[in-house]
Design a protein around this ligand. Structure first.
Ligand code: NAD
Ligand code: IPM
Ligand code: MN
Length: 359
């Protein structure tokens, strides 16, 4: 197949991990006979430093034209002034909204050989395979904001339609997995959560009667995620709760540098990015873990292009690297390799694998 991929490396480690992900995408193209045309665009602080807006018109147009978007990360200390009216993060939020990417899929499936990279007991991590579906274009992120000298406010608003579409998507995923859906809210306090809970109960009851629905309050969910992670299948939750719970869930996987994500709307176009940020503490040193970005490419292959064997090949190559204890310092400490070497190791395995062992 042929596809146009918009590549927005962004800031900090964004360009470093994205470079490896693009190399992997090209290696998949060569191996499987596809042509992925990658075109770069500016976003975030990199765009601001070039005198443009955090989401320049040209980048937005490129993403609209593209079949999929690969993004690194945005933000960093250089743009962190709390008084600033324009921030790099607005570029990413603007893009998610502009492309109507209302569902953010964040899979968490710790590799068995990495159980010692997590501070949790290995026995707790056995069998953990969670798909968090985070609502991505509503809630407190996008409500009206006010800022005065001595007060500020962020409005949290959800419509029934916004809740229905993301819950349907999450329930469909649960149907293809183990049939369990956990909806996380704060319905004991928030009006938006009461609407969320009522809507979720109705949609699942009417349209997905075979799904087992569990509802949890977000504070308790934060605890259950560490105490009984193997009992979760699909988790669906609002924008802010999903943001926080998935950084917490990265502790199950062993590193922030391992969790990919896919942001989807109604069509096949998606935005693929690691869940981590620009990691200013690691930037420019070729030490950041590129696996989250590379695994985001696997999600792109599967979800936007329908290339399941290719996606599996990438996932297997990463998994093989981890099994061989080839990875960056966040995973393997002193024996860790560089970002570039980790990317190369994935490519080497992709090239070596016999195609008939892949699918
Ligand atoms: P962060 O995710 O950048 O870093 C948190 C911790 O995880 C740090 O210790 C970092 O070293 C580690 N880490 C992150 N990615 C890693 C990787 N690939 N390999 C190894 N270790 C990794 O979060 P932060 O420090 O709170 O935020 C830094 C900046 O990134 C902020 O400006 C924030 O707004 C931005 N941010 C952007 C995104 C995004 O673009 N999607 C996501 C989160 C944060
Ligand atoms: C993420 C990030 C973003 C978010 C920021 C950078 C706007 O933390 O993708 O998880 O909060 O959604
Ligand atoms: Mn986040």
């Amino acid at each position: 197949m042929r596809a146009l991929v918009a590549v927005l490396p962004g800031d900090g480690i964004g360009p470093e991990v994205t470079a490896q992900a693009v190399r992997v995408l090209n290696a998949v193209g060569q191996r499987f006979g596809h042509r992925f045309e990658c075109r770069d665009g500016l976003i975030g602080g990199a765009a601001m430093n070039a005198g443009a807006a955090p989401l320049p018109d040209a980048s937005e147009a490129l993403c609209r034209e593209a079949d999929a978007v690969l993004l690194g990360a945005v933000g960093g200390p250089q743009w962190d002034d709390p008084q600033a009216a324009v921030r790099p993060e607005q570029g990413l939020l603007g893009l998610r909204q502009s492309l109507q990417l209302f569902a953010n899929l964040r899979p968490v499936a710790p590799h068995p050989l990495l159980h010692d990279a997590s501070p949790l007991k290995p026995s707790l991590l056995e069998g953990v395979d969670i798909m968090v579906v985070r609502e991505l274009t509503g809630g407190i992120y996008f409500g009206d904001k006010t800022r005065e000298a001595d007060a500020a406010s962020d409005l949290c608003r959800y419509t029934v339609g916004e809740i229905e579409r993301v819950v349907r998507l999450a329930a469909r995923l649960a149907q293809q997995r183990r049939g369990k859906l956990t909806s996380v809210d704060k319905a004991n306090v928030l009006a938006t959560s009461q609407l969320w809970r009522a809507t979720t109960g109705r949609i699942v009851g009417e349209e997905f009667p075979s799904i087992e629905l569990e509802t949890l309050l977000v504070d308790a969910a934060a605890m259950h995620l560490l105490q009984r992670p193997a009992e979760f299948d699909v988790i669906v939750t609002e924008n802010l709760f999903g943001d926080i719970l998935t950084d917490e869930a990265s502790v199950l996987a062993g590193s922030m540098g391992l969790l990919p994500s896919a942001s989807l709307g109604e069509g096949s176009r998606g935005l693929y990015e690691p869940i981590h940020g620009s990691a200013p503490d690691l930037a420019g040193r070729d030490v950041a873990n590129p696996y989250a970005a590379i695994l985001s490419v696997a999600m792109m292959l599967r979800l936007s292009f329908g290339l399941d064997a290719e996606a599996q090949a990438v996932e297997l190559a990463v998994s093989d690297c981890v099994s061989a204890r080839v990875g960056t310092v966040d995973l393997f400490g002193e024996s860790g390799v560089s970002t570039t070497q980790a990317g190369q190791a994935v490519i080497t395995r992709l090239q070596e694998k016999r195609l008939d062992t892949v699918a």
